[in-house]
Design a protein around this ligand. Structure first.
Ligand code: GL9
Length: 842
């Protein structure tokens, strides 16, 4: 028979060392190869979607090369890594982002044109992975892009939900949710790691055993399932560095329950196995509110346990095992408290499995973890009932009590017998049924705690975490959020990017947004201003087409495009916006022909999902659609006012909406929006903000200058007084005439005889106006008039918009990530060597 020669590793390595070519023929061959061998299509049988798939597989091959180089290099360098743990990653579509970051967009465009395909049309074939709710999940995705681009050794860890955030349909003006089975047609962007799986235990009991005179805890029994890794490579821009987003999916444990099999209950045994798959099947669609469901806790623990096992395994592959070195090799960032159990899980691994003593283990843990808070809304602060934790994770509850005991001892030392301090700081809430406060656990277990904008961090220090700040002032830091200019300018607004490339002489700004400072002097160049206006016009046209297709509404291209897109929430005050639209509509109806001539035409566009159980938010959607119905069909109004509700706001349509916006609204009550991140995307695309002094608006105001932003509303230091005033004033005196008139029209059925519309008004009418819509309405009207006045001067409007774009550099997530790396993680960049053969020479 045939004999294999001795294994020739150098030969194998040599074969693996060559890289895929990127000349036109090589790209075409690789696409066609995937049509034939990966998709198994015959030459007469493939659609545009199949072309997208083949193209993606071709790009994936190139991603994997860089990905493998990166993993190997970080391992060889024994790099410190940062692990970003998040229940949500809203990464959006991958294809264009990968092409742009790999600098292959132009090459592929040409290669495809030659084959009769337009690259941009294939982009639209991709599903939008939507494994997040809103800002918090999108922030995690922007951070990964910056971590890769800045060459920081890092991993994202999350959950591979089978169903992402629901798809929003609008029927009769109401939101209807439909499941988002995004994996329907496979996912070329992930690598299934059948060899990376960890056992996860739920329920069971804790057994105490004596071992050489020490009591040890062993968690046994209950149910075990497996978590399996799926890696999505995240390429940096203009670098070989490509990091992993590792997502976990639940599977049945590999062992089969032979006892039920033998007793003849074969079907039940298999059914039991199916239940394991259920854990990672669906993303909870709540934005800033906690559901408190057992399945959600299981999701959190699955992410945490699999990730910590993976991190410990990677650490143990180092040459010598020195646990004290752990914090110098591992930094974990908790994206809100959702993955806070990671603190407890690492302690469990160190104490129960690695057999470290309690105090050494605790030292290691508190040097490794950091926690980011994303909201001060009380309803969002996670608390898990002690009985649930005791049942699901009995050993973890013991460890939480241990942590709390050690911590409260310190509190007692610092503030002897101060019961107020003890009860505010305790991880366990004793009132009513006992609860574990996940924020307190996160703060106690972390080295640093941060807020996401200056004003938000100040609020943390003076309100919800006041006692912790007084005890450990140096623990608290601010890290103002940012967004990636790769996706939000380079991909979403290619025309603006091309203008920057041309005027600045290179694309370096994509990696170093501060270079935009050099454009300050160009604002006085009329040609530059005209170029900018032209680009905005093209983006508006693209948007008009999309609106016609998705909403069957024709927008007036010369109207002011006024946009509010974000999750629907009372604190974000979409209600105030639509009430103002009604006011504006009534004004137009009452105007004289002379006055009419001066009216600035507006297109007011709303978008955003309401949590399925959030009744008031859903009613606001209904109100917007009812108002849109009346106004858009009122022939007297014509082109002067249009209202649209854009269904299913998500990352990919944000990339069409944001570049077309001229005015964007960020109008939350001061003190409620931790940061906001779309405000940053809008200014980067040359758009003016109408906003309150809340969240990152405060810093945007500082960055762009008060003359380039429309600020209105109650400021944070007056909010409590105004709420007090609201509760103590008769509604007829509290609400301004302008608003009472709007209420009357709604009551009278002008927008449909629907009880629900009246109930929305009722939600603020009788001393319930907790978000101060009534208080801020007059000032809002005034700010809106300033908007109109400026829009009548197109040149002035354009200049101010440009100032927003070129002064937005602070809000690049590169700046944010660099601050995290230097001030929280103590992390140095490590650049993976470029392949010896240069791309265009291959
Ligand atoms: C949020 C805040 O509400 C936003 O103001 C902030 O910009 C982002 C990112 O830091 O975090 N916190 C929060 O719970 N959500 C946010 O958007 N909501 C979700 O997306 C779940």
């Amino acid at each position: 028979g045939l004999q294999a020669s001795p294994r020739d590793t150098s030969k194998i390595w040599e074969l693996m060392d060559s890289y895929q070519g990127s000349d036109k023929l090589a790209l075409q061959q690789s696409i066609v190869h995937h049509v034939e061998y990966t998709l198994a299509r015959t030459r007469f049988d493939f659609s545009k979607f199949h072309s997208y798939q083949a193209l993606s597989h071709s790009v994936r091959d190139r991603l994997i090369e860089a990905f493998n180089d990166t993993n190997l290099h970080f391992h060889q360098m024994d790099a410190k890594r940062i692990y970003y743990l998040s229940l949500e990653f809203l990464i959006g579509r991958c294809l264009q982002n990968a092409l742009v970051n790999l600098d292959l967009e132009e090459d592929y465009r040409e290669a495809l044109l030659d084959l009769g395909y337009k690259l941009e049309e294939l982009y639209d074939e991709e599903v939008d992975p939507a494994l997040g709710n809103g800002g918090l999940g999108r922030l995690a995705a922007c951070f990964l892009d910056s971590l890769a681009t800045l060459n920081y050794p890092s991993f994202g860890y999350g959950i591979r939900y089978t169903y992402g955030i629901f798809k929003q349909l609008i029927k009769d003006g109401y939101q209807v949710e439909s499941p988002d089975f995004w994996l329907n047609h496979g996912n070329p962007w992930e690598i299934e790691r059948l060899d990376v799986q960890y056992q996860i235990r739920f329920y069971g009991f804790v057994k105490k055993v004596w071992d050489h005179g020490v009591e040890r805890s062993v968690w046994e029994g209950g149910e075990t399932i497996m978590a399996r890794a799926y890696d999505t490579p995240i390429p940096g821009y203009n670098t070989q560095n490509t990091i992993a987003l590792r997502l976990w999916k639940s599977h049945p444990a590999s062992e089969f329950d032979f006892s039920s099999f033998n007793t003849g209950d074969y079907f039940k045994a298999l059914e039991q196995r199916q239940k394991a798959e259920y854990i990672t099947s669906v993303l909870y669609p709540n934005d800033s509110t906690e559901a408190g469901k057992e399945l959600r806790l299981k999701q959190q623990y699955l992410l945490v346990s699999a990730s910590m096992q993976d991190i410990v395994r990677r650490f143990k592959r180092r040459k010598v095992l020195d646990w004290n070195a752990f914090p110098s090799k591992v930094a974990v960032q908790l994206n809100d408290t959702h993955p806070a159990l990671a603190i407890v899980e690492l302690l469990r691994i160190l104490i129960d499995i690695e057999q470290l003593d309690n105090m050494s283990a605790w030292q290691i843990v508190t040097k490794s973890f950091n926690y980011t808070n994303h909201t001060v809304l009380p309803e969002a602060l996670e608390k898990w009932g002690v009985p649930l934790i005791e049942k699901l994770l009995p050993r973890h509850l013991e460890i939480i009590y241990l942590i709390n005991f050690l911590f409260l001892e310190k509190v007692q030392q610092k503030y002897p017998n101060n019961w107020g301090k003890l009860s505010a700081l305790s991880i366990v809430e004793e009132e009513g049924t006992k609860k574990v406060r996940m924020a307190n656990l996160s703060i106690v277990g972390s080295k640093f705690v941060n807020g996401v904008a200056k004003i938000h961090t100040e609020l943390l220090k003076t309100t919800i975490f006041k006692e912790f700040f007084e005890m450990h002032p140096n623990k608290f830091q601010n890290k103002t959020n940012g967004v990636t200019p790769r996706r939000w300018v380079r991909c979403a607004n290619p025309a603006l990017a091309a203008l920057y490339d041309r005027v600045l002489g290179s694309d370096k700004w994509v990696q170093d947004m501060e270079l935009l400072k050099q454009l300050e002097s160009n604002v006085s160049d009329p040609q530059f201003v005209r170029d900018f206006q032209m680009i905005k016009m093209e983006n508006k046209e693209r948007f008009v087409h999309w609106i016609r297709k998705t909403c069957q509404v024709d927008l007036n291209i010369d109207s002011l495009f006024d946009i509010q897109v974000k999750r629907i929430h009372e604190y974000k005050r979409q209600l105030m916006n639509i009430l103002y639209v009604i006011y504006r509509y009534l004004m137009i109806k009452e105007s004289t022909p002379e006055e009419r001539k001066r009216i600035v035409p507006r297109s007011v566009c709303f978008g955003g999902k309401a949590a399925p159980g959030y009744i008031n938010a859903k009613r606001v959607i209904k109100l917007i659609n009812s108002v849109a119905d009346v106004i858009n069909n009122d022939h007297q109004i014509g082109d002067l006012l249009k209202v649209v509700f854009m269904p299913n706001y998500n990352v990919s349509n944000a990339q069409i909406i944001i570049p077309a916006a001229e005015l964007s609204q960020h109008i939350s009550t001061a003190g409620t929006e931790a940061s906001g991140t779309s405000n940053m995307k809008f200014i980067m695309n040359g758009c003016l903000i109408l906003g309150t002094l809340d969240g990152a608006n405060v810093e945007i105001d500082e960055a762009v200058g008060r003359e380039n932003i429309f600020i209105f509303g109650t400021q944070i230091e007056d909010v409590d007084n105004m709420k007090e005033k609201m509760r103590n004033t008769d509604p007829h005196e509290y609400f301004p005439q302008e608003l009472l008139k709007v209420f009357t029209e709604i009551d009278n059925g002008r927008f449909g005889h629907n009880e629900e519309l009246k109930w929305i008004v009722d939600s603020i009418r009788y001393k319930n106006d907790n978000y101060l819509v009534g208080q801020d309405f007059k000032d809002y009207i005034k700010a809106q008039q300033q908007v109109d006045d400026l829009y009548r001067q197109p040149n002035e409007w354009a200049k101010k918009s440009i100032y927003n774009a070129i002064r937005s550099y602070k809000f690049s997530s590169d700046r944010t990530i660099q601050e995290y790396a230097e001030e929280i993680w103590q992390l140095k960049p490590i650049k993976v060597p470029e392949p010896a053969v240069q791309k265009h020479e291959r």
